[in-house]
Design a protein around this ligand. Structure first.
Ligand SMILES: C[S@@+](CC[C@H](N)C(=O)[O-])C[C@H]1O[C@@H](n2cnc3c(N)ncnc32)[C@H](O)[C@@H]1O
Length: 191
């Protein structure tokens, strides 16, 4: 099961062909998730993205350039835990999609990995940016590395506490080290 594809498919299904203005990729990496999000963004909209590694920002900009959509990416070379400081207050309640793909940058030396405390801080902040009338929060956790299981347990507790029953969990139940996707949908029906 490729949970990155699962997150993309669930998001595309949720918005059923509609587009929106703003998304946040909290862990830009090589830009694959951000590029996917950009396909759902309206003209004039943006994917706001964070990464602490310069390499990730550069690679992602190259990817967006090669796809001729660089104007849709605003990348911050900064930790996602600075979301509130760096994103405009006008975006509060206006973001349709927030993605976290935790762990380390693929094809890197694995020295830089997301951490439980900053991940939790960023997750809390992201709730303030989501448009609660129609949005998704997707968090992909990895449990195979040092600190990964602790981070996963913290994310699990965050979803259980903050989002009660309003989320789904995807994983390979036969393997307790396999990745886990937490996917929450916010939808307020208009009357
Ligand atoms: C699994 S990768 C992300 C994959 C990416 N979404 C993609 O599509 O290629 C995790 C990324 O999180 C970044 N990271 C680590 N700590 C971070 C932090 N505090 N804030 C933002 N990004 C961070 C790493 O540098 C790494 O690039």
């Amino acid at each position: 099961m490729n949970l990155t594809d699962t997150a993309h498919n669930l998001t595309a299904d949720f918005f059923v062909g509609d587009r929106f203005k703003y998304a946040v990729d909290a862990t830009l990496g090589n830009g694959r998730d951000a590029l996917f999000l950009s396909t759902l963004i309206d003209d004039g909209g943006k994917v706001f993205a964070f990464d602490v590694q310069e390499q990730a920002i550069e690679e992602s900009k190259k990817l967006f350039e090669s796809e001729r959509c660089l104007e849709k990416l605003e990348a911050f070379h900064a930790g996602h835990e600075r979301m509130v400081e760096l994103l405009s207050p006008d975006l509060r309640g206006a973001v349709s999609c927030v993605f976290f793909n935790l762990g380390w940058l693929p094809n890197s030396d694995k020295k830089c990995v997301t951490k439980k405390s900053t991940t939790l801080h960023a997750l809390e902040q992201s709730l303030g940016f989501l448009d609660r009338s129609r949005s998704v929060l997707s968090v992909l956790c990895y449990r195979g590395h040092k600190g990964g299981t602790d981070e996963y347990l913290a994310v699990k507790e965050f979803f259980e506490t903050e989002l009660a029953d309003a989320f789904d969990v995807y994983t390979d139940l036969r393997n307790d080290k396999s990745p886990v996707l937490f996917f929450a949908k916010f939808l307020k029906k208009s009357v």
